[in-house]
Every structure is written in C-alpha cells, then in structure tokens.
Design a protein around this ligand. Structure first.
Ligand SMILES: [Ca+2]
Length: 450
C-alpha cells in the first residue's frame, strides 16, 4: 500500500513537473496586491492523505484543482508535531516555545492558553483594515479570556478543545464545546459542514471589504465519524467508559477518508463562493495541515513515522497556495516553509510592516515572483524530541542522553541512514545550533505553562 502510494506520488510529481514546464513563464503583476486571505488548516492530515500528494484511495478533486491551478509545496512543515504548538506558532509567527505553548492544551489545563500579550496575525491584519473571522478549532485556551475574540478575531464560531464529537460537539472529556464568540451556543450539524457554511456566510457578508478568514477544520482528527454516523459522546459522559474516544465506527480508515473528502467538498464550496462573487482573482487561499497523521490512521507516505515525533512524518505535511493570475499554475515548490511563515506573509501582502520579533519569513516574493527564501536553519522540539534542519541535513535528537542521528534528506528523505559517525564535525555544529536555539526561545518565553 505504501509502495502504491509512493509510486503514484512519483507519477504525479513527474506529471506536474512536465506540465509545469509547458506553462508560460510570464505572469502579470497583480493589480491589487492587497488580497483577501483565506487560511484553511486540516487537523492531523498527513503528507500522503490527499490525492494530489499521491494517495490513490481518497478523492480530493477540489484540493487537487487548487494544487493544479496554484503551487503545491513538497517541503512544507508544521511548526509543531501536535495541535496546540503548531497553532501557537501559526498565530504568532514565532516559534511556539517563545509563547510558552510547546505542549497540548488539554482540558486539565483550563487556566492555560496563548498569552494575550502575544500579537496574533488576526490583530495585525485587523490593524491593516481587514475584517477577521475564524470558524473551527481554536485549541489555544479554554478560558473565555483566551477566546479568539480576545485575540484579534471579530467573528468566531467553533470549538475550543482538541476535538469534539462531529455530531454532538461534546469534547473528549464530556464537556459541551460549541461557541459563538465567548458564549456557549449549541448548533446542530456535522462539524465540517457547519464550519464550511459559516465560512461561506462570512465571505458573502464581507464581500465588499478586505477580509482575513481562518478556517481550522477538525477533520480528519478523531473521532472518526462520517456525516451519517451517530453521535457517540454525551455531555457529562466519561471517555472510555461511556464512549470510545476515537468513535464507535468499525472502519476508522474508511471514515477517515470520508472525513477528508467532506472537508475537500467544503474547500470546493468556498472556491465556488469566491468565483460567484468574483473575488477569486483577489483572494489568496492557503491550505495546510497542523501536523502529520497518527501512527495507525491516515498516511504520511513516503515519510517516516507520525504525529508527535520529529521524524519527517510528524511535521512534513501538505500545503497548497492558490491565487489565480498571481501564483503561476502547476508549480511544485521545494522551498522549506513553516507554519510560522504565514503571519509575515499576510502582513506583507496587506502592505503592513512585519513585526521585528517574528521567526517566520514572508512568502510574498515567492508567491508574486517565484523568489527563493533566505537560507535558514529550522527547528522542532516536542517534549525531549528535538531536530534541526540545515539545508539538506537534519539532526534528530531523541533524548538528551542518546547520541543524535544525522540524515541527508536529499539522498535519504526517509531518514533510514544515520550518518552521524562519518560526519562528527557537522554533528557537533548542528548540536551547538540546536542548543543555542533552545536557550534563545526558552529565555523569551513569557507565559508559565507546565
Ligand atoms: Ca493536529
């Protein structure tokens, strides 16, 4: 199966490269470089989970079309290997460690969240005159003071926890979790469909304004439930006793594919809305995932391991950008891009000045002119797992007391051959950089979690 997906990925990449080379090289400068921005983020969607990334079993025609009409990144990475850390980095444009959110915000940590002293992309875009909305998963704090409406979003409908029942909207711990702003307002419907429908309404309502729309989907995170599945969780229920946390369906793989496909259908509705309102040429749509797929459901093919690890499967994920007549179609981009790069990109496109303390870099030149990004070292850390990427090299440290492993991702993208013994100087250099980075990001952490 992995082999099939890999083969299919190779054929797809080959086709896109050939088709891409046939495209015209000239692309007119955009008339209006202040686009509306829509950022759609899937949850736990692995590198091999979309058809345009080589999965032969799932059907994602709308995302495939965005990739064919825009740019598909092959070396995009989530900042975190789990949900909350990636969201903290995405929202602030900084390594999540600086914000104090390097862990998953669970229901037991209700008093923790993304600090209000942090500036989010929503706050920056709001000050550039954009209307800001978020529909979907927050996962950066339960307490009303951490609510998205206090972090720069003018409109919010969705859930605060890591996941909810797709039908009853009850979180993993048995709490009802569906909000309009900072008020609990229950709503009927399948989570993915409600998120899409609120996003479409937001676009229609604000079609005359510049808008920033953030759509963090729940799909395809567990519980594995389709449109016709019954609700499993009830308010006050006990996980494991009253309901299986990951859902009561027998075939998780089939439900997972359905969840990806329903999300894709939602992407199609959003694009259709933009076209109907003639906003498509002045809207940048970005799609990405927040971390790799889990170890047993979903696919990170062809990469090693899964969510929660610093191997490529934990954080190298799909990312697509679409902006008709500005981004050239059928591009496959191999730049190393991270979640934290979207904040400076948005502000840059909005004509604002990028805050100096961001770690991310703007992709404006890449989107508008196909420019390369500056050379930089990039870092991942989750619990005791750490990694540094420096060009084609990657150093992985699984525990402080263990020797780190060194891989050449160009020759060995699947991280199978540890080259640390034959490159001791490089190991030492990268270890030092990793240590310096850790010292730097941790000294500036303001919040006091854990
Ligand atoms: Ca996730």
């Amino acid at each position: 199966m992995n082999k099939l997906i890999r083969l299919s990925a190779i054929v797809m990449i080959g086709w896109i490269l050939i088709s891409g080379s046939l495209q015209s090289c000239s692309s007119p400068e955009p008339k209006d470089v202040k686009p509306n921005i829509i950022l759609i983020m899937a949850d736990d969607l692995g590198y091999g989970d979309l058809s345009c990334y080589g999965n032969p079993l799932v059907k994602t025609p709308h995302l495939d079309r965005l990739a064919a009409e825009g740019v598909r990144f092959t070396d995009f990475h989530s900042n975190g290997t789990v949900c909350s850390p990636t969201r903290a980095a995405l929202l602030t444009g900084k390594y999540q460690q600086r914000t104090g959110i390097s862990f998953v915000v669970t229901v037991a940590k209700r008093d923790l969240g993304l600090g209000l002293e942090e500036t989010t992309f929503a706050e920056s875009m709001k000050s550039e005159g954009y209307i800001t909305g978020i529909f979907g998963k927050w996962h950066l704090g339960y307490d009303p003071r951490f609510n998205p409406v206090n972090q720069g979003f003018e409109e919010y409908i969705g859930f605060l926890a890591g996941n909810v029942d797709y039908h009853s909207h009850v979180d993993q711990a048995g709490y009802e979790d569906w909000w309009m702003g900072d008020q609990l307002v229950p709503e009927e419907g399948y989570t993915t469909d409600i998120i899409t429908s609120h996003a479409v309404n937001f676009i229609k309502k604000h079609k005359e304004e510049k808008f920033l729309l953030y759509i963090p989907h729940e799909a395809p995170h567990y519980p594995y439930q389709g449109r016709l599945s019954s609700a499993d969780r009830m308010i006050g229920g006990k996980p494991g006793k009253d309901y299986p946390v990951r859902g009561s369906e027998a075939d998780y793989d089939a439900k997972h594919r359905e969840m990806v496909e329903v999300m894709d259908e939602g992407v199609g509705k959003i694009i259709q809305t933009l076209k109907e309102l003639e906003l498509n040429k002045n809207t940048l749509v970005i799609f990405c995932s927040d971390n790799g797929a889990t170890s047993d459901v979903g696919s990170n093919a062809p990469y090693r391991d899964s969510k929660g690890t610093v191997w490529e499967g934990g954080h190298r994920v799909p990312a697509i950008a679409w902006w008709p007549e500005t981004i050239k179609p059928l591009e496959v981009n191999q730049e190393i891009v991270l979640s934290m790069d979207f904040f400076p990109t948005m502000v840059d496109l909005a004509g604002g000045s990028i805050p100096e303390d961001l770690d991310g870099v703007s992709l404006k030149g890449l989107f508008l002119k196909g420019e390369s990004l500056p050379k930089r070292d990039l870092f991942w850390q989750y619990n005791s797992l750490r990694a540094i990427r420096s060009g084609e090299w990657k150093l992985v440290s699984l525990a402080p007391e263990e020797d780190p492993q060194l891989f050449n991702l160009k020759a060995d993208p699947q991280e199978t051959q540890d080259l640390s013994k034959t490159n001791p100087d490089l190991v030492q250099e990268l270890e030092q950089k990793l240590a310096d980075w850790e010292k730097d990001v941790n000294k500036r952490a303001k919040s006091s979690p854990e």
